[in-house]
Every structure is written in structure tokens, then in C-alpha cells.
Design a protein around this ligand. Structure first.
Ligand SMILES: *[C@@H]1O[C@H](CO)[C@@H](O)[C@H](O)[C@H]1NC(C)=O
Ligand SMILES: *[C@@H]1O[C@H](CO)[C@@H](O)[C@H](O)[C@H]1NC(C)=O
Ligand SMILES: *[C@@H]1O[C@H](CO)[C@@H](O)[C@H](O)[C@H]1NC(C)=O
Ligand SMILES: *[C@@H]1O[C@H](CO)[C@@H](O)[C@H](O)[C@H]1NC(C)=O
Ligand SMILES: *[C@@H]1O[C@H](CO)[C@@H](O)[C@H](O)[C@H]1NC(C)=O
Ligand SMILES: *[C@@H]1O[C@H](CO)[C@@H](O)[C@H](O)[C@H]1NC(C)=O
Ligand SMILES: *[C@@H]1O[C@H](CO)[C@@H](O)[C@H](O)[C@H]1NC(C)=O
Ligand SMILES: *[C@@H]1O[C@H](CO)[C@@H](O)[C@H](O)[C@H]1NC(C)=O
Ligand SMILES: *[C@@H]1O[C@H](CO)[C@@H](O)[C@H](O)[C@H]1NC(C)=O
Ligand SMILES: *[C@@H]1O[C@H](CO)[C@@H](O)[C@H](O)[C@H]1NC(C)=O
Length: 483
């Protein structure tokens, strides 16, 4: 077949050209990840389900295949492909069972077991394959725990002005109009949820709690009472009303403090990516697990709804957003690119990345073609809303007691130059609002447990939600004890 030979030669030469023309190198990544499928927030304690474990585990496999293994599609420069080097990655999650276990599950797939034997002095050989990666608690100036046990999304921010801002939503005309226009709809589905909600609590005010209960039930419960009322239309209404309610609570363009969790996350992202650059990719991977509210606040601040209205909808379980540091410059032991040769690409996957495309979107209201942002432009864009040190946080939040007492002093005395706040050590660890000891959780879900799940699962824990004194929590707590 001589006529085919030239074609093969052309293809071969194209293939050999390809690597040199688009030799993009990933220098590091920051991944912000939602937990997997979990039990309903109406029945504390909320826990990760086996399905949820699968979702985050498969997401971990996806990222391993993209960034880590030796044949990865976009390998991270210098990363250890099989045996984890703990110095190369930092993983954190709030002190919350669902988020901590999600992180642990994800890591099992990111660095799966490797055969490894150690020989003791007396010649005995010890086999172990598992790799252990510590998950640190998101340590912050503010404190708060159990994000996923808490129905109210601002309950954990501990930021006074953010709490006030979110609470003011309940007095906005927009909210009051929705409350009355949807009263009939909520009433119509009461028979579905009357084991948990009453005629009084079954309103738009509890849009998320109601949606969450129904959503979890449609996934796990084969015997939902009055399920004929849950038409596609009704399910769509429940979801989009919850979307609206939660997005508005997490972000208001006129009151950026409401999105404090997005601001602290932004600071953390810039700081970690910057450390990757400064350290020449010695620690190229940062992974953080967090709640949907932080996604929402960040989306609003970064103007992602301009790229797609979809960003005003609740992200699915096990969703992830990724910030890739990339360059086309040569990277080697002796040459690391300069700041102006480095760009950032933002990508989002709605649900486990194993089954949902990881798609680039433009940040900061840029047009669809500008999904690659020069590093300095990225830093400028993020710094318009990032809040990364304690003094700044305390000022923005209007807090002046507790950990903020010294911040109040130092701003009072240093409106002019001189003393850069001596107490600012906690930089950007202010993040999503949690302090605490390092929590290490080993989670082992067996296949047997999965079979039990398929066979039917009972949801019986009726412990009270940990109330934080907000009207929403008070409602949810009393509701939960009724269930
Ligand atoms: C990469 O290598 C792994 C392990 O050797 C293998 O399972 C996988 O199929 C490979 N992937 C690709 C895209 O070649
Ligand atoms: C070898 O040392 C280990 C650890 O001290 C001990 O558990 C084991 O029993 C020893 N084996 C023999 C054969 O002495
Ligand atoms: C900030 O103030 C709010 C409201 O007074 C309080 O609930 C919260 O604990 C304070 N946060 C910190 C970190 O002191
Ligand atoms: C957003 O903030 C503005 C300005 O403070 C306020 O008037 C409006 O009611 C808020 N909207 C919502 C939905 O919270
Ligand atoms: C819930 O509503 C159904 C249908 O109206 C009714 O049969 C049932 O008794 C109610 N359950 C509770 C706990 O009120
Ligand atoms: C990055 O880190 C270096 C060294 O700590 C610091 O000088 C620089 O200001 C940081 N840049 C950004 C954008 O944070
Ligand atoms: C928004 O989501 C819908 C449904 O998943 C999808 O078809 C559409 O392409 C998305 N729009 C954008 C701009 O991503
Ligand atoms: C993610 O999917 C949900 C539906 O499951 C949708 O409401 C939301 O808009 C989507 N978000 C994005 C950014 O695509
Ligand atoms: C690298 O070059 C390719 C091909 O020209 C281009 O598509 C890509 O955007 C470049 N990446 C960076 C980080 O500049
Ligand atoms: C399913 O719904 C029934 C009826 O409301 C309830 O008794 C049961 O606890 C629910 N099971 C789960 C797994 O939610």
C-alpha cells in the first residue's frame, strides 16, 4: 500500500511536532472541592454516604490521571507520581465530619496504595501499601465547626458584618415578595415533608432545608410519603428556589462583606499559588474541601455569573474548582519561569470530575476567550476582594473583641505607616471560619456496606442540630427533634 505511506509520514511528523508547539507545563494547582453525597441536614449528625465516598474517590482518580501519575495528561512539574511526598501537597478541610472524610476519601485515590516493604534490624519484613496524607483543619482567627451540620450557611463565618448582611436579606423586598408568592407552592408539598416541617416552617424561609430534605430523599429513600406530589416541575421549583435563597444569602454585589468566605478563600488561593511560584514548585498542590456557600461567595465576587447564569445555581455534590498555574516557558532544574511567563487558568466541574467535564471559564467578567490570565492580572483581580490577614478581616467584619481585640488596637494606633500589624501572623488562615486541632480521620468503607446501602438505609439519628441562635437554626433544630 504505497499510497498510504506519505500520509503516515505526515501524521508521524505532526505528532513529533505537537510536543514542542504546545509544551505547556503545569507548575501547580489549587483545588477547592465540595463534599460528596451526604445524609440530610435535617437529621444531625450529617455524614458522608457510600455514594458520596464514591463521588469524591472518583474525583481523586480523575485528578490523579490529570496531574500526578507518570502518564498524566497535564502532569504537574516535579510531582512524585506514585509514592506521595507529603512536602509537595497541603490539604485542608474545616473541622466537620463530612468535609474531613471527603478529603480523606479523595486522597485515597490521589495516592492509592503502593507495595512497600520495610526490613527491621532482626530481618523481619513488614508489608504495608497504604499512603497517609494528613488533612489539616482549616485554622482560622474565627472559630466554628460542623459546617455540614448547620443548615444556615453564614452560621460558621463568625464575621459580625457578614452575619448582619445575610440576616438583612430576610428584610429585603425581594425576599418578602418571594416569601408570599411561593407560599401556595410550599403548602402544596407539605404532605411530602410533614414528618419534618410544619405548616409554619414550610415556607421559602427554609427553602434550602426543605430542598435538602427532599433532594436527599429522592436519592436514598424509596418510600417518600405523597411522592406523587414531587413532579419534575415541583422538584425544579424546590431546587431553583433554594438556589436563589442561598445565592442571595452568600452574595450581594452591594454588600461584599456578605461574601466573606469567598474573600478569605481568594486570599488563600493567591497565597498558596504564590508560594508555589516562590518555592519553584516545591509544594505545587493545595487542596481544600469546603461548603457550597464558599463556592457561591467566590463565584459572586469573581463575577462568574457573567460567564454563565449557571454559577447562581447550587453546585452539585463533589464539584470542584481548580486554579492551574501554567507556563509555556522551559522549566527545568536550572530554569524556572519568571512571573510574567506564568498564567492562571480557572476550571470548574459540576459534580465529580470523573463524570462531568472540567471546563475553563473566564474570571472577573472577562470574555469567553480569556480563560488564561497572566499571573499579575490574576493577583490584581483577586486582590480586589481578597481578605487575607487578621487585621483586615477584623476591620471588614467589624469585630473588635476576642482575637480581634488586638487588631482593633493596632488599627487605632497605626492609621499611618510604621507598624505593619505585628499580630498578623495568621495570614489568610482566617479562611472559612474554623479553628481546631488537627483532625485525622481514617475512613474505611467496605463493599459490604455499599451492598447494605443499596439494600436500604435507615436514617434514624435525631440528635439536635448544633444551634447557633439564628432564627433559621432555631427553626431547623426544633424541626429536627420532631422528625
Ligand atoms: C496510565 O498508567 C496507569 C497505570 O500504569 C494505567 O492504568 C492507565 O491506563 C494509564 N493511562 C493512560 C491514559 O495511558
Ligand atoms: C523482630 O523485631 C520485631 C520488632 O521489635 C518483633 O516484633 C519481632 O518479633 C522480631 N522477630 C523476631 C523473629 O525476632
Ligand atoms: C465576631 O462578632 C460576632 C458577633 O458579635 C461573634 O458572633 C463572633 O464570634 C465574632 N468573631 C470573632 C472571631 O471574634
Ligand atoms: C443587597 O444590598 C442592598 C444594599 O445594601 C440592599 O438594598 C438589598 O436589599 C440587598 N439585597 C438582598 C437580596 O439582600
Ligand atoms: C402528613 O400528611 C399526610 C397527608 O395529608 C397525612 O396523612 C399525615 O398524617 C401527615 N403526617 C403528619 C406527621 O402530620
Ligand atoms: C509572593 O511571596 C513573596 C515572598 O514571600 C512576596 O514578596 C510577594 O509579595 C508575594 N506575592 C504575592 C502576589 O502575594
Ligand atoms: C449551563 O448548564 C446547562 C445545563 O447543564 C448547559 O447545557 C449549559 O451549556 C451551561 N451553560 C454554560 C454557559 O456553561
Ligand atoms: C450545576 O448543576 C446544577 C444542577 O444540578 C445547576 O443548578 C447549576 O447551575 C450548575 N452549576 C454550574 C456552574 O454549572
Ligand atoms: C501555550 O501555547 C499553546 C499553543 O500556542 C497555547 O494554546 C496555550 O494557551 C499556551 N499556554 C500558555 C500558558 O501560555
Ligand atoms: C424514608 O421516608 C420514610 C417516611 O417519611 C421515613 O420513615 C424514613 O425514615 C425515610 N428513610 C430515609 C432513609 O430517609
Amino acid at each position: 500500500m504505497p499510497s498510504i505511506t506519505p500520509l503516515i509520514l505526515v501524521l508521524a511528523s505532526l505528532a513529533s511536532l505537537a510536543p514542542s508547539t504546545q509544551a505547556e507545563t503545569v507548575l501547580g494547582v489549587y483545588i477547592f472541592h465540595r463534599h460528596g453525597d451526604r445524609t440530610s441536614k435535617s437529621f444531625a449528625p450529617t455524614t458522608l454516604t457510600n455514594l458520596g465516598y464514591q463521588q469524591v474517590y472518583s474525583s481523586g482518580e480523575f485528578y490523579r490521571a490529570r496531574y500526578i501519575e507518570s502518564n498524566a495528561s497535564s502532569p504537574i512539574y516535579g510531582v512524585s507520581p506514585d509514592v506521595v511526598k507529603n512536602s509537595q501537597l497541603s490539604v485542608q478541610a474545616p473541622v466537620d465530619t463530612v468535609l474531613q472524610t471527603s478529603a480523606a476519601s479523595f486522597l485515597q485515590a490521589l495516592y492509592p496504595p503502593v507495595g512497600n516493604t520495610e526490613t527491621l534490624a532482626n530481618g523481619t519484613r513488614i508489608e504495608s501499601g497504604l499512603q497517609f496524607i494528613p488533612v489539616s483543619a482549616v485554622a482560622t482567627a474565627a472559630s466554628g465547626t460542623d459546617s455540614e451540620n448547620n443548615v444556615w450557611l453564614q452560621g460558621q463565618s463568625n464575621c459580625q458584618n457578614a452575619i448582619l448582611s445575610s440576616n438583612s436579606y430576610f428584610y429585603s423586598q425581594e425576599y418578602l415578595d418571594k416569601l408570599s408568592s411561593t407560599a401556595g407552592f410550599y403548602k402544596s408539598i407539605l404532605p411530602v415533608i410533614n414528618g419534618t416541617f410544619t405548616a409554619e416552617t414550610d415556607t421559602f424561609k427554609n427553602a434550602y432545608g426543605i430542598y435538602d430534605l427532599v433532594h436527599v430523599s429522592t436519592i436514598h429513600n424509596s418510600s417518600i410519603p405523597s411522592s406523587d406530589l414531587l413532579t419534575d416541575e415541583a422538584l425544579f421549583q424546590l431546587r431553583t428556589l433554594a438556589d436563589d435563597h442561598e445565592y442571595k444569602l452568600a452574595f450581594n454585589a452591594s454588600e461584599p462583606i456578605r461574601a466573606i468566605s469567598g474573600s478569605t478563600l481568594a486570599a488563600q488561593i493567591v497565597q498558596d499559588l504564590n508560594s508555589t511560584i516562590v518555592g519553584k514548585s516545591k509544594a505545587p498542590i493545595s487542596i481544600e474541601f469546603g461548603a457550597y456557600a464558599s463556592f457561591f461567595s467566590f463565584f459572586g465576587l469573581a463575577q462568574l455569573p457573567k460567564a454563565s447564569e449557571n454559577f447562581t445555581g447550587l453546585v452539585d455534590y463533589a464539584s470542584s474548582m481548580v486554579f492551574e498555574l501554567v507556563t509555556n516557558a522551559t522549566v527545568s532544574k536550572t530554569s524556572y519561569p519568571s512571573n510574567d511567563q506564568i498564567s492562571v487558568r480557572f476550571l470548574f466541574s459540576n459534580g465529580t470530575a470523573a463524570g462531568n467535564p472540567l471546563t475553563p471559564y473566564p474570571l472577573f467578567g472577562g470574555d469567553q476567550s480569556s480563560t488564561l490570565i497572566p499571573w499579575t492580572g490574576f493577583v490584581d483581580g483577586m486582590n480586589k476582594f481578597a481578605i487575607g490577614d487578621q487585621v483586615h478581616w477584623c476591620n471588614a467584619c467589624g469585630n473588635s473583641t476576642g482575637v480581634c481585640a488586638s487588631a482593633a488596637d493596632s488599627t487605632a494606633s497605626s492609621t499611618s505607616s510604621k507598624s505593619s500589624p505585628s499580630s498578623s501572623g495568621g495570614v489568610s488562615k482566617v479562611v472559612a471560619g474554623v479553628i481546631g486541632a488537627l483532625v485525622t480521620l481514617a475512613v474505611v468503607f467496605g463493599l459490604e456496606a455499599l451492598i447494605m446501602l443499596v439494600g436500604g438505609l435507615r436514617l434514624v439519628n435525631k440528635k439536635r442540630l448544633s444551634g447557633h441562635g439564628t432564627p433559621e437554626n432555631a427553626g431547623a433544630a426544633s424541626v429536627a427533634t420532631k422528625a
